[in-house]
Design a protein around this ligand. Structure first.
Ligand SMILES: C[S@@+](CC[C@H](N)C(=O)[O-])C[C@H]1O[C@@H](n2cnc3c(N)ncnc32)[C@H](O)[C@@H]1O
Length: 225
């Protein structure tokens, strides 16, 4: 089996890899919904009662990969609509037999409404959501009232929502939704860190944008009720 490794650590899937069974590190959301019609029990899924964090639109999964290694006493699920990205990310977790990192392929909204129990999530991370630049496509942005209502429903009281982007105008929209939501309180967002090595960024998009010298807007909110 061969795999080409690009400079940015992106692997290209071979036909053989595309057929590889990556369970439990990769699951399509539709399959999880089918096998758990009453919703997922995190304790059963991870085999422990540790707090669960979601990375919505996780892309190549750098955040889940780094955070799950750094915090073995927490569980991480990356949700990505692009199966190829999610499978590629899962293959890296399979290599290290990660006990606390998982990737789901499919629409996060589907997982929100059909799979994840209300009040069962400790933190939600939404990094560099697609900006959908054209005005007529803006309604496709993931961060809207409905999505935020879902985040509020899934988060435990005291839980956190993190969202970063390089798109100032989109960040303004996220801030306005979050700051005006009665369930959330704004907290001081983390400052920019100096990376200690080439992959020491929160996500692949943060790495890409910072290497281009772009400013990053960071937001952190706490669910208060
Ligand atoms: C700009 S990329 C950012 C990826 C990653 N968060 C990062 O910072 O590197 C946005 C990602 O969100 C994914 N995405 C968009 N809508 C989604 C949805 N409804 N459910 C899950 N993933 C979604 C896209 O496929 C894409 O990979």
């Amino acid at each position: 089996m061969t795999s080409e490794v690009k400079a940015d650590d992106q692997e290209v899937e071979t036909a053989e890899q595309m057929r590889e069974d990556l369970r439990p590190w990769f699951n399509p959301i539709v399959e999880l919904v089918e096998s758990h019609p009453a919703g997922l029990d995190w304790t059963e899924y991870f085999g422990n009662q540790n707090p669960v964090e979601l990375d919505v639109g996780c892309g190549r999964g750098l955040f889940v990969h780094s955070a799950s290694r750094r915090n073995p006493d927490r569980n991480y699920v990356g949700i990505e609509i692009d199966y190829k990205e999610a499978r590629r990310a899962a293959r890296r977790l399979k290599k290290i037999e990660s006990p606390n990192g998982r990737f789901w392929g499919g629409d996060a909204n589907e997982a929100y409404t059909k799979l994840i129990a209300p009040g069962s999530v400790e933190a939600i991370h939404v990094y560099f959501p697609d900006p959908w630049w054209k005005a007529r496509h803006r309604r496709r942005r993931i961060f809207n009232d409905l999505f935020l209502a879902g985040c509020s429903r899934l988060l435990k009281v005291g839980g956190h929502l993190h969202s970063w982007t390089d798109v100032e105008e989109y960040f303004g929209g996220i801030e306005s939704l979050m700051d005006n939501h009665p369930d959330f309180k704004k907290l001081l967002a983390p400052e920019e860190r100096i990376p200690q090595h080439d992959m020491d960024y929160q996500t692949s998009f943060e790495r890409k944008k910072r290497q281009l010298g772009l400013p990053i807007y960071r937001g952190l909110w706490q669910k208060v009720k």
